[in-house]
Design a protein around this ligand. Structure first.
Ligand code: DQA
Length: 290
């Protein structure tokens, strides 16, 4: 199983009693348990580690560097001055995300500087436990984009490429309750393949519904609450939010469509990874489809 490292720096062992007005009342053990469960839903294992010692954190990263596929790290105060930790993150060559429970940009000036952010894909701060959950999503998204890229490098059949994209997304993102690809055929979108509940919308006229609008406007559409959007073509009562990303190369090939049973399930990371995957598919199709 893919292993993700979740690393906490100095003083985070005292979560729950340490300045609860800033860091919350939950303990580190509770946070780690939540992250293990969250990560397991994406068929990955979270290995959690905390230390108050810079060297112990660095040793852990070195030891785990060949066993893991990504790192979510809250370096605590080391964020602001540890070049040794920064070098360790760069040295192990794993995709890494820097996270903070509190919003380090709204606190004392010394906290605004991070010496590790440049060697991380992203810095996520101020969202409490969600900072870590989002960190995990960033890593999984990064790996999903990479996996599709490897599949495309093998120059598979076009149908296989579409199916791989849908399968990778459904497997790695539990909040993606329905994943599918529609292809443009004349003035219609035709459902190519999907994973999730059957849909009555196997064919959608371009311009109709959220799916049709994304292709007509040639842009990603995120709908945080489908029931508040007049364009939504109702298919499942459970669907609460949707993201639709056009697959556009030399021509408009189609789109990736994702529904979630959670309201407001999508954030900028979903847009980023889905647009990267759609872009890679489009480049592949430009070469494969004459
Ligand atoms: C922290 C913010 C740091 O500035 C601080 O030193 C911590 C925790 C956070 O999670 O908000 O120890 O990283």
């Amino acid at each position: 199983m893919r292993r993700l490292l979740i690393v906490h720096g100095p003083n985070l062992n005292l979560l729950g009693e340490r300045q609860p007005e800033i860091y919350g009342r939950a303990t580190l053990a509770e946070l780690d348990e939540e992250l293990r469960q969250f990560t397991a839903k994406s068929h990955a294992e979270a290995l959690c580690f905390q230390s108050n010692h810079e060297g112990a954190l660095i040793d852990f990263l070195h030891e785990q560097r060949r066993e893991a596929c990504g790192l979510v790290i809250n370096p605590g105060a080391l964020t602001h001055y540890s070049y040794a930790l920064r070098d360790a993150i760069a040295a192990i060559n794993l995709p890494a995300v820097e996270v903070h429970l509190s919003d380090i940009h709204q606190r004392e000036p010394f906290r605004r500087q991070s010496v590790v952010s440049e060697v991380c894909l992203e810095q996520i701060a101020g969202l409490g436990w969600d900072s870590y959950r989002r960190g995990v999503e960033v890593i999984l998204g990064h790996l999903a984009v990479q996996e599709l890229r490897y599949v495309l490098q093998e120059r598979p059949e076009v149908d296989h490429a579409y199916r791989s994209c849908v399968r990778i997304l459904k497997r790695d993102f539990p909040k993606y309750d329905w994943t599918g690809i529609y292809l443009v055929e004349g003035n219609e979108l035709v459902l190519h393949n999907y994973i999730g509940a059957p849909t009555p919308h196997a064919r959608i006229p371009v311009g109709q519904g959220i799916c049709g609008a994304a292709v007509a406007e040639a842009q990603t559409i995120i709908v945080p609450d489908v029931h508040a959007d007049a364009r939504y073509l109702a298919c499942s009562l459970e669907t609460k939010s949707e993201i639709v990303v056009p697959i556009r190369g030399q021509r408009m090939y189609g789109e990736i469509d994702i529904d979630s049973h959670t309201r407001d399930a999508f954030w900028q990371n979903d847009r980023k990874i889905l647009e990267e995957m759609a872009g890679n598919l489009a480049r592949y199709l430009d070469l494969s489809v004459s």
